[in-house]
Design a protein around this ligand. Structure first.
Ligand code: IMP
Ligand code: MG
Length: 186
């Protein structure tokens, strides 16, 4: 444990610090803007909650595009688990996506089950196009079942927290991405 922000201690070691995150989110915003600048209708940005909250908040403030925002809750990690159950539960989503271009935002791409499930659900509701942007992509032995269209950083196959990512609901507020070691797991 080391001292963190506001006197609260933050576990693990920093993997990607806040300055690198800010620089990469800037660059991703430029890439995304280039991709969508010719779209006449507002792009629907769908952050996968709760993990994508910080990434989405920082990314959309850097964009100069007509856009709308609608979060969708998804979860596959019960409690203190550090591996996905493979079963993704989606929350209520009442937004009409018929004929819309959608950009999903997520904190991390691991097995890909979350993005695959959300993509399929939105396509079934008539979305014209569903693409995705993730801040992190885990370098796994088995590749994810779907790839993301925009990726911030490749990270090793370990459990990370901070900048939206949690362990058992904690540490989302930490400004840097950190690796959570065994000692700090519940
Ligand atoms: P996937 O469905 O296996 O791709 O996992 C994606 C979701 O699992 C993400 O939206 C995260 O919420 C969560 N997740 C995956 N890896 C980590 C991690 O290392 N730390 C925290 N959450 C993770
Ligand atoms: Mg998530």
């Amino acid at each position: 444990m080391v001292a963190g922000v506001g006197g609260v201690s933050a576990p693990g070691r920093v993997l990607i610090d806040r300055r690198r995150i800010a620089g990469r989110v800037d660059a991703m915003a430029s890439e995304i803007e280039r991709e969508y600048k010719s779209c006449r209708d507002a792009v629907l940005f769908v952050p996968v909650l709760d993990g994508a909250l910080l990434f989405a908040a920082d990314l959309i403030r850097r964009l100069s595009l007509p856009l709308q925002l609608a979060g969708l809750a998804a979860s596959s990690y019960p409690g203190a688990a550090t591996t996905s159950t493979g079963q993704v539960e989606l929350g209520l989503f009442r937004v009409d996506v018929q004929g819309r271009r959608v950009l999903l935002l997520d904190d991390i791409l691991d097995t890909g089950q979350t993005l695959a499930t959300v993509k399929e659900a939105l396509r079934q509701r008539g979305a014209l196009e569903v693409r995705s942007a993730v801040l992190l992509r885990k370098q796994r032995e088995t590749p994810p079942v779907v790839e993301a269209d925009f990726v911030g950083f490749e990270v090793p196959d370990c459990f990370v927290i901070g900048y939206g990512l949690d362990h058992d609901g904690r540490y989302r507020e930490l400004p840097d991405v950190r690796v959570l070691d065994q000692d700090n797991m519940i």
